[in-house]
Design a protein around this ligand. Structure first.
Ligand SMILES: [Zn+2]
Length: 360
């Protein structure tokens, strides 16, 4: 069997499956139940919140041959054909690639013809804000008197670019970015169904990183699964999204202060095994040194390491971290580059420090 991506396999197929948009799904469900669908819907929201998925669900619900309540049956020929992207009465138009007035006119010319097989022809115009002024005019003419057998669904990330004359003909639903908790619980549900072990914290990290986009969350999940098919753990997710636990940075700085080169080398070897991005690691070290400096100089915040070095020496350490970052592309491996940089920070003793030690 051909491989199906997690995102495709778990794309919502019915209104009930849609995650994180309760108001919108309720409204559409009511309209289907009461047969009061408006001829034109405008679905807006940032990328990955499920606009086109919802549009396809509406197309299925309209034309399904055995509607279950307000959900499409997913079994009839219509449902299957829509799912497989080969239903003759669903016209998916990507306005980003079709902005010429001739193209739009050609499509709109067909509107008056009856559907080939279904109850209604469904026109899904994605990224509708990309249409030219002429195309909008042609569309507006159709929307003024849409034939009974036609359903329009317009989708866009940029509703402000749609003429108000068009907007005033639409029922507008703004899909919210999906909440972190909703995304995390969907990721957990998928992992349970796929019988993959996981750490709950790992699913929360995936959800946070996705910033409201289910699509991004599932793409990241897919990457995690390809790295480790039977077990999704926090360290692995962190390495994929390049977040490095702060605790790890604090430990390295403590080793630097203790001039413990062996501990640094061991830690770097471990981080290499965990796929930690060494560029991010050195960058985080520099960032932590900045936070220590701020804590020392402004006294407005506390830092657990603020007593280890004087402000002048932290400047030297910071400089070394930045030079280490610059040198990283020329290192034999990123791990060696980072390890050498951190060991240099540990063993290098500036004159100032030597003098201070001699005096004490
Ligand atoms: Zn069906």
């Amino acid at each position: 069997m051909a491989y199906i991506s997690i995102a495709r396999k778990w794309r919502p197929q019915t209104l009930t499956d849609v995650v994180g948009q309760p108001l919108v799904t309720q409204a559409i469900s009511n309209a289907i139940k009461n047969k009061t669908l408006h001829p034109v819907y405008l679905l807006t929201g940032t990328r990955g919140v499920g606009k086109t998925t919802l549009a396809r669900i509406i197309a299925k619900s309209i034309n399904c041959e055995a509607l279950q309540g307000t959900n499409p049956c997913l079994k009839c020929d219509t449902c299957v054909m829509i799912q497989e992207g080969r239903y003759a009465d669903l016209y998916e138009i990507d306005a980003a690639s079709r902005t010429k007035v001739e193209d739009t006119r050609e499509i709109l010319d067909q509107v008056s013809y009856l559907p080939q097989m279904g109850k209604k022809k469904v026109y899904l115009i994605d990224e509708v804000h990309m249409l030219s002024q002429h195309s909008f005019n042609a569309l507006l003419k159709t929307l003024e008197e849409p034939p009974e057998h036609v359903q329009f669904i317009l989708a866009t990330t940029e509703p402000q670019k749609i003429p108000t004359t068009i907007k005033s003909r639409c029922i507008h639903f703004n899909l919210k970015p999906i909440g972190t908790a909703d995304i995390a619980s969907q990721v957990q549900k998928i992992l349970e169904a796929e019988q993959i072990k996981f750490e709950t914290e790992a699913t929360h990290l995936i959800a946070e990183h996705a910033k409201g986009s289910m699509r991004d969350a599932l793409t990241l999940l897919e990457q995690c699964i390809s790295l480790s098919p039977s077990d999704i753990n926090t360290v692995q997710v962190q390495s994929l999204i390049n977040t490095i636990p702060n605790e790890l940075i604090i430990n390295l700085l403590t080793h630097i202060h203790a001039q413990d080169a062996q501990a640094i080398e061991q830690a770097c070897a471990q981080h290499e095994q965990n796929n930690i991005n060494f560029e991010s690691l050195l960058s985080n070290i520099a960032n932590e040194l900045y936070k220590i400096t701020i804590a020392q100089l402004t006294k407005s915040s506390k830092h657990p390491l603020s007593n280890l070095w004087d402000p002048g020496y932290i400047q030297v350490l910071y400089r070394m971290a930045i030079i280490g970052l610059n040198d990283l592309p020329f290192s034999p491996t990123p791990k060696i580059g980072a390890s050498m940089c951190l060991m240099r920070m540990a063993v290098f003793t500036p004159e100032l420090e030597t003098k201070k030690k001699a005096l004490s």
